[in-house]
Design a protein around this ligand. Structure first.
Ligand code: C2E
Ligand code: MG
Ligand code: MG
Ligand code: MG
Length: 279
């Protein structure tokens, strides 16, 4: 603890940073333990087309502690990224996605599945090999997998990133830019990437349709995607007004208005149920 004097603020600041670092270390340790103990799981969130019919699903990692409390991905994913654990987690997620696709297919509901691929995972020297091996091992079709990457991946080593995307695309993997509009994006690079879709970040949805400048950003993403022939998924759809606007512009949608993330078994039940078949 700091004593009186001019350095007081600095010392407190350093103490806070140390606390933060220790906190992250504690989470990293707990996460590694949770992974071993099988406390990590996956939820799937359905995406819908403009008629509300299922058009795919995104896998989202969930961490439920033994005491039942949930740890938010926004808290543990960045820690997993900085501790390097995301590499092992990411491989596990890919296996989960392959297994989920096979189960959905078996249940009569084949659909493309999206997974989030972190920059560290993507940059592993043997990443393409890992993907190839997991596909071969599980027998899931690469064509049915969409890798969501963020614009952050494009900041470093863009040439290498694009080369690797093409290698994975050659296997059949499709690519999506997640949280589109929040990061660094250059139209020149977008054109060079084997891209299949962009996901408009949910932070833009709150502006739809009443805020003119926010709506203008969404409008320009939609028109750019249209010109490049990309699928658009709008994230964070919570209201009918947002859905009307995005559906009216041909976007697919993902949001609590339609479906919340849920375990695979529950998703299959839902897909089996009559109301969805009618949609
Ligand atoms: P993301 O990939 O952009 O995922 C979408 C997030 O929006 C999810 O949060 C989802 O639950 C949430 N969401 C969906 N619809 C709505 C809505 O209508 N309203 C609101 N407010 N939110 C909605 P979640 O599951 O908490 O995940 C947060 C982030 O954690 C993800 O953002 C992704 O960046 C990361 N993440 C999750 N699972 C994985 C994973 O397996 N691997 C990696 N690398 N990152 C992951
Ligand atoms: Mg995502
Ligand atoms: Mg997103
Ligand atoms: Mg994200």
């Amino acid at each position: 603890r700091a004593k009186a004097g001019g350095r007081n603020g600095v010392v407190l600041f350093e103490a806070a940073m140390l606390d933060e670092a220790q906190h992250k270390l504690a989470i990293a340790r707990e996460l590694a333990q949770a992974f071993e103990n099988g406390e990590l799981g996956m939820h799937l969130q359905l995406q819908v087309d403009r008629h509300g019919a299922p058009a795919g699903a995104e896998l989202l990692m969930r961490w439920q502690r033994a005491d039942g409390t949930m740890v938010r991905p926004d808290l543990f994913i960045p820690v997993a990224e900085s501790s390097g654990m995301i590499v092992a987690l990411g491989q596990w997620v890919l296996r989960q996605a392959c297994a989920a696709w096979l189960a959905l297919n078996q249940a009569g509901h084949p659909m493309p599945l999206s997974i989030n691929v972190s920059p560290l995972q993507f940059r592993q020297p043997d990443f393409v090999e890992q993907v190839r091996a997991i596909l071969a091992e599980t027998g899931a079709p690469a064509r049915e997998l969409i890798f969501e990457v963020t614009e952050g991946l494009l900041i470093e080593d863009i040439g290498q990133t694009i080369t690797r995307m093409h290698e994975l695309a050659a296997l059949g993997i499709r690519f999506s830019i997640d949280d589109f509009g929040t990061g660094y994006s250059s139209l020149a690079y977008l054109k060079k990437m084997p891209l299949y879709e962009v996901k408009i970040d949910k932070s833009f949805m709150q502006d739809i349709p009443q805020d003119l400048s926010g709506t203008a950003i969404v409008q320009s993403i939609l028109s750019m995607a249209g010109h490049l022939g990309l699928r658009v998924v709008a994230e964070g759809i919570e209201t009918e007004a947002q859905a009307r606007y995005l559906a009216g512009h041909g976007a697919d949608m993902q949001g609590f208005l339609y479906h919340r993330p849920m375990p695979l078994a529950q998703l299959i039940e839902r897909l089996d149920s009559a109301d969805l078949a009618a949609a």
